[in-house]
Design a binder for this molecule. Structure first.
Ligand SMILES: [Zn+2]
Length: 454
């Protein structure tokens, strides 16, 4: 029995080859964004639950592989790494590091793709370093989120060891739509995890990330489709189920009412994503109203996710319905950091108070009770993070809209933002995204806006 503790960290991603009879212990560090705490005990417990998953397999290689509770205390980061992964540039800051990083939000996990709702539970390069995971997910209860954590960590770790998605077994750890019950591993996967990797192993039908099949829990398995109310209540953990969503096109009026129904407030991100697939010109106006509404209380995670989903939905609807340039103008506004800064700073009580005259078509969205206790609870870093998310996503929405002015407008934005009074780091980050966004635009023009959906 030999152990590779901290030394092994150096070799993650280098496809180490080890003797099958030796047990292999991985020792992985954990580093969290300081506002998303995780204790050493919690992290250790996740590794123990990963070991249980490995033990329950019928393949020897999995029994010979386990994760040490970390040997170093969990460490945290503040400004040195992003807490929101909204672009390739954000993600690449993690790829030189072998730790599992707990981040706030994952909105980028591969070029040419958008998250129409919620973002990802985790992201990692295939063969390489750089695991990012989240601990909360809008629409998922904290119990389920905590139950899925070992699966998420093992899934992302599997990617770093070279494993692709398994689209054959929807209960496999490597399925694109993971859940607490996706705990199977096949022989090939156990072999790779154990380090006994024979390159070029003939394992059929393992698809690339981009070809992964929809696996929203509960949505795809029913013979008939569930009611639209049930559909929007179901968390989407895997690829967005575009085909299923499009079956609800006859329910457009109903779905547009659901989005202003307070009973469905926590499901607004999913409702909004569904509107992207089935909505029309009138829907764009509704969603633009959400984006233009001021914040009248501290935005919840669901509020932010609704705005993120609305930005993608508008681009998709404009593309699908071949709508004119005027319908996509809201995304150009929303792609400007100043648009969100002014709203968030007004809300935060540090700038001018909100004028109700600015409320455009605010049909009860982002509810209007003024929570005094919430007013000051966003600090500068929270605001920067929200602005980064919303501007990046607006650019993506704009890019997939099919607008003929995309390249011209994006370059104009680049020079305009150079003159705007916004923090240097935000501006640089923003400008560096432009070329990536133009690639997304090309893909949408070639294969359609929905082809860019995860
Ligand atoms: Zn994956």
């Amino acid at each position: 029995m030999c152990k590779f503790n901290s030394l092994f960290i150096l070799f993650i991603g280098i496809n180490s080859l080890l003797n099958a009879t030796d047990a292999l212990a991985y020792s992985i560090c954990v580093k969290n964004y300081y506002k998303i705490p995780i204790s050493l005990d919690e992290a250790g417990n996740i590794f123990l639950r990963i070991n249980k998953i490995l033990e329950q397999q019928n393949h020897e290689n999995c029994h010979n592989t386990y994760f040490d509770k970390n040997i170093e205390p969990v460490s945290f980061y503040d400004y040195e790494l992003p807490s929101v992964i909204a672009s390739k540039e954000d993600f690449e800051k993690f790829t030189g590091k072998s730790c599992i990083h707990i981040v706030n939000k994952i909105l980028w996990c591969g070029d040419g793709m958008v998250f129409p709702t919620g973002g990802a539970l985790g992201c990692a390069p295939i063969s390489g370093n750089g695991i990012v995971v989240v601990r909360t997910y809008t629409g998922l209860s904290s119990t389920i989120t905590s139950k899925v954590e070992p699966v998420t960590w093992l899934h992302e770790f599997g990617h770093t060891k070279g494993l692709l998605h398994n689209t054959i077994d929807f209960l496999d750890v490597m399925t694109p739509g993971i859940s607490p019950s996706t705990t199977n591993l096949n022989e090939h996967e156990c072999m790779i995890l154990s380090g006994n990797q024979s390159t070029g192993a003939a394992i059929p039908d393992l698809s690339l990330e981009k070809n992964s099949l929809p696996a929203g829990p509960g949505c795809e398995t029913a013979i008939g489709i569930v009611s639209v109310e049930e559909f929007v209540k179901t968390p989407i953990l895997g690829s967005y189920p575009v085909t299923t969503a499009s079956l609800y096109s006859g329910d457009l009026d109903k779905v547009e009412k659901l989005i202003i129904d307070p009973e469905y407030s926590e499901f607004r991100p999913n409702i909004t994503a569904l509107l992207g697939v089935i909505g029309n010109k009138g829907t764009v106006r509704l969603l633009a109203g959400i984006i233009d509404s001021p914040f009248v209380k501290k935005p919840s995670d669901a509020d932010i996710d609704t705005l993120l989903a609305a930005e993608i939905a508008i681009g998709t609807i404009v593309y699908r319905n071949n709508l004119p340039e005027t319908d996509v103008q809201v995304l150009l506004r929303a792609a400007n950091p100043a648009f969100w800064y002014s709203k968030l700073i007004s809300f935060n009580g540090t700038g001018n108070q909100i004028s109700q005259d600015n409320v455009l078509d605010n049909q009860g969205l982002l509810p209007a009770e003024r929570g005094q206790s919430d007013r000051m609870s966003l600090d500068d870093q929270d605001i920067d993070n929200i602005v980064n998310m919303l501007t990046s996503q607006a650019l993506k929405g704009y890019a997939i809209s099919g607008s003929r002015s995309v390249k011209k407008e994006l370059n104009a934005f680049k020079s305009a933002s150079n003159n705007a009074a916004i923090p240097d780091e935000i501006r640089n980050n923003y400008n560096n995204k432009i070329d990536e966004i133009i690639e997304l635009h090309k893909k949408s023009n070639l294969d359609g806006a929905l082809s860019t959906y995860y």
